[in-house]
Design a protein around this ligand. Sequence first.
Ligand code: KG4
Ligand code: ZN
Length: 357
Amino acid sequence: RKYSSILGIETSCDDTGCALIDLNGKILSEALHSQNLIHLRNGGIIPDIAQDLHRRYIKPVVDKTLEKADLSMSDINAIAVTVEPGLPLSLAVGMKYAKHLARKYQKPIIPIHHMEAHALIARMDHDISFPFLTLLISGGHCLLAVAQDVNEFKLLGQSLDGAPGEVFDKAARRMKLRNIPELSQMSGGQAIETAAAKATNHDIFKFPLPLTETKDCNFSFNGFKSTALYHILKKEKEHNIEGDQVIPEVNDLCLAMLMGTTRHLLHRTQRAMEFCEINNLLPENKKQLVVSGGVACNNYIFKALSILCEEYDYKIYRPQPKLCTDNGLMIAWNGLEKWRKRIDIVTDLNQININPT
Ligand code: KG4
Ligand code: ZN
C-alpha cells in the first residue's frame, strides 16, 4: 500500500465527480465530468439522458482520478458514495459502480448525504468547529440546518416548493439569456448574476417577498418564477418581441429578481439566527454560518449574507466556487470525516442503497 486514502464518488444530479483524499485531508486528485452544457441545450435535465451520461463517464472519471494520483484501488481504505438525495436514475449509477469496486477490491463503503457533504466541505479549507448554522442553496434544494456533528444535522427549515438555482435556470431560459454571447456558456444563476451587474434601474420590476407572515425558517421560490414570467411576457408584448430577441430591460429584470430572492434568503436566515439564539443552539462566543451549494457562488447573495452576519455577530464561511457546486471532493471529504470518527463504514453491501427523496 502506497498511500492510505478515501475515494469519493458523486452522481446525484448531472455531474459525474470523483476525488481522492489521503487520511490527513490532503487532496490527491480530482476529476469531474459536467453535463451542464448538454442540459442547457435540452432546456433542462432529462433524467434518462443524465443517467446515460453517468454510465458512460463513471469508469473514465474514476480511472482518471486514480491515474492522476498514481494510485490503484489497493491504496484505498474506503469508497464514499452519495446515496441521498438526488435523481434516482443518477444516484443508482454511482451506487452500482461503488458496489462493483467494493466487491472486486474488498473495500468498505461510506454512504454520504449530498446536502451534508455540501455543508461539511467548508471545513476542509476553514477552521470551523461544530456546531454551526448552515444555509444550503442549490439547483435542487434550499435549507437551513444546524450541523451539530459529522452525522448530526438539525433541520430548521426548507423549501416548500422549488429551489433558487432551479428558478434562476428557468427564468434565464425564458429570458433567452443564452442568446447573449457573453452569457451563453453559463449556468442560469451565473448568467443572471452577470446580467444583473449591468443593471441601471431595478425599480421598474417588483418581486413580492414570500412567507412574510410565517414565523418559521421555510422557503418558497415558485412565486419568483411566476413573477419573472409575468414581467417577461408583459415586456415582450410591449416591445413586440419575437423569436430569439431579448427584452431590452433584461439586465434590470435580472437585478430585481436577484434582489428579491436575496431578500427572501436573508429574511429566513435571520429567523434561523433568532431561533438558534432562543434555543441556545450555538455557543455565544462562536457563532458561525456556512453557505454552500451552487447558488452560494453568487457574490451578490454572499455579500448580503455577510452584512447580516456582521449585524448578528456571526463569522461567515463559504467554500471556494468549484467546491460550492457539485463535485467529488466533497464526497471524499465527508467520507474522511466519517472515517476519522469510525461511523458509517459499511462492509455488508446489502445494507446500503440509494434513498432518492
Ligand atoms: O449545487 P449545484 O451544483 O447542483 C445541485 O445540487 O443543484 O447547484 C447548481 C445550481 C444551478 O441551478 C445554477 O444555476 C446555480 O447553482 N448557480 C448559481 C451561480 N452559479 C451556479 N446561482 C446563482 N449565482 C451563481 N453565480
Ligand atoms: Zn448539490
